[in-house]
Design a protein around this ligand. Structure first.
Ligand code: NAG
Ligand code: NAG
Ligand code: NAG
Ligand code: NAG
Ligand code: NAG
Ligand code: CA
Length: 493
């Protein structure tokens, strides 16, 4: 193509340069004809004729040349002819060459071009095809996607519509429910109102009843206070009566005591008029016979019968306890030991209250006199002796031990409380008064018990519950003995 264009332009250039000049020469060579346009001779004045112009000089001779010498002209003509011939040959060669070359190259070129074009076109075509296929595929993809989306959207829409219908249904149901509930509610409200009215009526009735009851209660409480007042006054009346009765019985007792005392001491009415505190008092008044006398405890008008030992160690001993033949039972309870038992003329216990009152009214000495079956006698003495009152369980207090009945005191130490079979105040987990019998100042249970069981006759049997004064005779060796506890004031020391 490029070739054709170049040749075309050459031809045009030639035409432009010489087209308008005088003469045209045409050369026919095979199928190709070559036209040479040569300029007019008169225009070429120069002598040095150029070979390059020889083609243009291929024309009839200019008029100036015809006027020159014929030999030179002939030579020149010959030269021209050969040159023309050479040129023609050269041109032919050139032409041949050109033709050959041009043709083959043209063909080649055309073939090449066609090939190239075809390839290019094919390539382009395939490219286009592939591109279009790609586009088509993409388009299909897009389409499927769109379809997918659409279907999905449709499904969603369907679901939405379904759910919407469901929701609508539910809404409808709920609406129905709400209306039903409303109905029920109104029904309940009616019932509630009815109940309320009934309740308020009942409440009113109850309140009325309550008021009635309140009135009744008031009346009853008034009655109760009235009754209480009556009860209190009657109680006062009864206590008054009791007190009167007690006073009367006291008076009777005193009268009886006076009578018996008058019987006992009929003749020595001189001493009787005096009031004695204890046997020492009586002894000091000049009476030295053993016997039963009346004494008055401090600040008391009550007379107490006591046995007075006026012989032993100076005399004037007030006897608290005496045993000699076992005729009296000493296994007794708290109240009997408190009040005393037995007769002063026989075996007896003077009583814990009397012992307490007597021994705390002034200083007293205690003497324990003991005698065994064979007639051996011994004694233990305590320079100071007293007992507490019942509130302290008649605790014993003693000091200043001496005597012949053992080098160690057999009386339990100070502070030991009194115990009986019915009141356990000892320091034993057992009950000493029940084990050892009688009432005594048991510790746990201690080395003495002058109120144990009185066993008559000789015996080698160990008896835990017999009369005991350990540090004189050991445990329970005191069968058939005489015991006496007596007290005396300063006089007897
Ligand atoms: C739609 O696309 C989703 C993923 O984007 C795919 O899981 C599903 O299978 C596709 N559905 C259809 C019908 O092509
Ligand atoms: C209490 O005694 C008085 C007189 O002493 C008597 O008037 C009154 O009725 C008695 N009360 C009772 C409840 O017995
Ligand atoms: C007896 O009375 C006197 C005064 O009258 C008093 O000091 C003394 O403590 C009383 N004794 C007893 C044991 O009550
Ligand atoms: C004990 O002595 C008293 C007074 O002396 C007497 O009455 C009684 O009969 C005696 N009893 C015995 C068992 O000896
Ligand atoms: C005028 C001219 O140049 N003539 C030549 C033509 O060709 C032959 C042989 O090729 C030459 O010998 C001439 O001189
Ligand atoms: Ca005990």
């Amino acid at each position: 193509m490029g070739w054709l264009l170049a040749l075309g332009s050459l031809a045009v250039a030639v035409a432009v340069t010489f087209g308008t000049e005088r003469k045209k020469h045409q050369v026919q060579h095979g199928p190709c004809s070559y036209t040479f346009i040569l300029p007019e001779v008169e225009q070429c004045q120069t002598r040095d004729f150029q070979v390059t112009n020889s083609l243009q000089r291929d024309s009839p001779l200019p008029p100036e040349t015809a006027h020159a010498e014929p030999t030179w002209q002939e030579r020149k003509l010959e030269n021209l002819e050969s040159a023309t011939e050479n040129n023609t040959q050269w041109l032919q060669k050139l032409e041949n060459y050109i033709q050959r070359n041009v043709r083959s190259e043209m063909v080649e070129m055309q073939r090449n071009v066609i090939h190239t074009q075809t390839a290019t076109m094919l390539e382009i075509g395939t490219n286009l095809l592939s591109q279009s296929a790609e586009h088509t595929r993409k388009l299909t993809d897009v389409e499927t996607q769109v379809l997918n989306q659409t279907s999905r959207l449709e499904i969603q829409l369907l679901e939405f519509s379904l759910s919407t219908t469901r929701l609508e249904k539910q809404l409808l149901q709920q609406t129905q429910e709400v209306s039903r509930l409303n109905d029920k509610n109104s029904y309940l409200e009616q019932r509630f109102a009815a109940m309320e009215t009934r309740h308020s009526q009942e409440l009113q009735a109850i309140q009325q009843e309550k008021q009635q009851l309140q009135g009744l209660l008031d009346r009853q409480s008034r009655l109760v206070t009235l009754l209480e007042g009556q009860l209190a006054s009657s109680t006062r009346n009864s206590t008054l009566l009791l007190r009167q009765q007690a006073a009367l019985s006291d008076t009777v007792q005193r009268l009886l005591a006076t009578v018996t005392h008058c019987n006992d001491i009929a003749i020595p009415s001189k001493e009787k008029t005096e009031s004695f505190r204890d046997c020492a008092d009586i002894y000091k008044s000049g009476i030295t016979e053993n016997g039963i006398y009346s004494i008055h405890l401090a600040n008391s008008t009550q007379a107490i019968k006591v046995y007075c030992d006026m012989k032993t160690r100076g005399g004037g001993w007030t006897v608290l306890q005496h045993r000699f033949n076992g005729s009296v039972d000493f296994h007794r309870g708290w109240n009997e030991y408190k009040a005393g038992f037995g007769d002063p003329s026989g075996e007896h216990w003077i009583g814990n209250d009397v012992i307490h009152l007597l021994t705390t009214s002034q200083d007293y000495t205690l003497q324990v006199q003991l005698k065994d079956m064979e007639g051996n006698q011994a004694y233990s003495q305590y320079e100071r002796f007293y007992t507490d009152g019942e509130e302290n369980k008649y605790s014993v207090h003693s000091q200043g031990f001496s005597g012949t009945a053992g080098r160690i005191s057999s009386l339990t130490h100070s502070g030991t409380m009194f115990s009986t079979k019915d009141q356990d105040n000892d320091h034993c987990s057992c009950k000493c008064a029940q084990m050892a019998s009688g009432g005594w100042w048991f510790e746990a249970c201690g080395p003495s018990n002058l109120n144990g069981i009185y066993y008559a006759g000789f015996s080698n049997v160990m008896r835990y519950n017999g009369i005991k004064w350990y540090y004189w005779k050991g445990p329970s060796l005191m069968a058939t003995v005489t015991t006496m506890m007596n007290v005396c004031d300063m006089m007897c020391r």
